[in-house]
Design a protein around this ligand. Structure first.
Ligand code: GLC
Length: 512
């Protein structure tokens, strides 16, 4: 693969806790992942992105990192991580790891030292400790997970956490923080990691004491760009490595600033992920994507570990996704959702750029919406005062084989799997040429063999049809209207049967 492999790669997101459990304790781990690398090689992906695998109290599923240079003991050891990287590389699979620079764990050495050292200490200066105002916190900032963004410690000071209280925010005006993260990047690049996914990339810079300046006090502050210029300069001293930012910004031009040639290589395309299932909205997002990217490649994302699974979302009346209201429990038509999710997969995989597939998407797993309250683990559930059930429903361990839970996952899964998943196991789907797994495998193979680089040219088949041809000559049609439409050409692949050259509603086809 070329040094710019990330420009067109198909990247599979591994949520390690829920992928495969090698030691039978009910939690996914590196042994399980190494044993299942064959599944990923068969699927035909180019890279994996692993959610955080570091030592962590798991107050936020591992996004509360206690040590950025080691592996969580329930996942394995650093030596196993190195073995995984080597084994993935032998199979031609690159490895992207998650780095969490906005905040750390309250159990990290630095934060424990800050608590112990007390007010005014140099140890506290690496975080945002402040005296309160009257009885209350220093300001009115709210946590993204709900509730105040400040927590008081016994000596009376408060510290800032944009997420859970167990995730204290770093002070990025402090030189130690800059130096330490450059060292963390070096640590993983030296171990052969091919890319870094940067968590919460647009909220690192803030100043709780600054006078209001009309800008958002912590989102998309200009200082973020200085950080990523330094990260890019370091990354460029290695060959073939990439940086992808988790940047949720509605303004496409502000987003594009993170993609300047000396900053990040790519960012996730969240407008595409959040778009409703209708052709004008999707076409507008696709056009905006290309209009604002400059030389950076597009990324296409339908789901991840934070959002409602497409099969469930696309079966609802409102098919868009928004963190502010994830629509939990709203009526959904699973057959319709599945039909659309299959068509959406062929759309995402046909577009120029790179594509991310979240584990379980290739099996057409639905969101698990009936997890019992007592197993819910996402801090959003408690922080929202039990009004938002959070993200556990897309994190349920994968079904691999067999007729009953744990479906070959390993021990009793840390989140229970629905018994109906017996029809959705990898084993069941491998035996079925019409399965979602078969669709993904074929699409990924054709994408690699036939789609090539190059842009797309829109074709006009009416407002409700997304129709475009790639420079390679492959055409993709997606019918989101209520009328079936006729087409001509050799069918390479379709998301549902296309008898007699007619494309039904909610169906995609690849032609040449
Ligand atoms: C990102 C992660 C999410 C996590 C949050 C705080 O949005 O994707 O899972 O909870 O950052 O680290």
């Amino acid at each position: 693969m070329p040094e710019t492999w990330w420009r067109g790669a198909a990247i599979y997101q591994v949520y390690p806790r829920s992928f495969a459990d090698g030691n039978g304790d009910g939690v996914g781990d590196l042994a399980g992942l190494r044993a299942r690398l064959g599944h990923l090689a068969d699927l035909g992906i180019d890279a994996i992105w692993l959610n955080p695998w570091y030592p962590s109290p798991l107050a936020d599923g591992g996004y509360d990192v206690a040590d950025y240079r080691d592996i969580h003991p329930s996942f394995g050891t650093l030596a196993e991580a190195e073995a995984l990287i080597a084994e993935a590389h032998e199979r031609g699979i690159r490895v992207i790891v998650d780095v969490v620079p906005n905040h750390t764990s309250d159990q990290s050495a630095w934060f424990k030292a800050a608590l112990a050292a007390g007010p005014g200490s140099p140890e506290r200066a690496r975080f945002w400790f402040r005296p309160g105002v009257g009885e209350g916190p220093p300001n009115d900032w709210q946590s993204i997970f709900g509730g105040p963004a400040w927590t008081q410690v016994p000596d009376g000071e408060w510290y800032l956490h944009l997420f859970a209280p167990e995730q204290p925010d770093f002070n990025w005006t402090h030189p130690d923080v800059h130096a330490d993260f450059l060292d963390v990047l070096r640590f993983w690049f030296d171990r052969g990691v091919d890319g870094i996914r940067i968590d919460s990339a647009a909220v690192l810079v803030k100043d709780p004491d600054a006078a209001p300046d009309g800008l958002d006090p912590y989102t998309d502050r200009d200082g973020c760009h200085d950080i990523y210029r330094a990260w890019r300069a370091l990354t460029d001293t290695y060959e073939g490595r990439m940086l992808i930012g988790e940047v949720w910004l509605p303004d496409a031009e502000r987003l594009a600033r993170y993609l300047r040639p000396d900053e990040l290589h790519t960012v996730f395309n969240f407008p595409f992920l959040g778009a409703p299932w209708n052709a004008p909205s999707l076409r507008a997002v696709i056009d905006d994507t290309f209009a604002t990217l400059g030389d950076a490649p597009a990324t296409w994302v339908l789901s991840n570990h934070d959002v409602t699974r497409p099969v469930t979302r696309y079966g609802r009346e409102d098919t868009s996704f928004d963190h502010a209201d994830r629509g939990h429990g709203r009526p959904t038509d699973p057959a319709l959702g599945l039909r659309r999710a299959r068509a959406a997969a062929l759309l995402a995989l046909a577009l120029p750029g790179s594509v991310y597939v979240y584990q379980g998407e290739e099996l057409g797993l639905p969101e698990v919406e009936d997890l019992p309250d007592e197993v819910l683990d996402d801090p959003i559930w408690t922080r929202s005062g039990h009004t938002d059930r959070g993200r556990d429903g897309c994190r349920v361990p994968l079904p691999w084989s067999g007729d009953a839970p744990p479906f070959g996952f390993g021990g009793t899964p840390w989140l229970p799997q629905p018994p109906e998943w017996k029809n959705l196991t990898v084993e069941a789907q491998r035996a079925d040429p019409d399965s979602v797994l078969a669709l993904y495998r074929t699409a990924l193979r054709l994408r690699r063999e036939l789609l090539g680089d190059g842009t797309l040219t829109w074709l006009d088949l009416g407002e409700d049809v997304l129709a475009f041809t790639r420079e390679s000559g492959v055409t993709c049609l997606v019918n989101l209207g209520s009328e079936a439409i006729p087409f001509t050409g050799e069918v390479l692949l379709s998301s549902a049967p296309v008898p007699d050259g007619v494309l039904p509603q909610d169906t995609a086809v690849w032609l040449r």
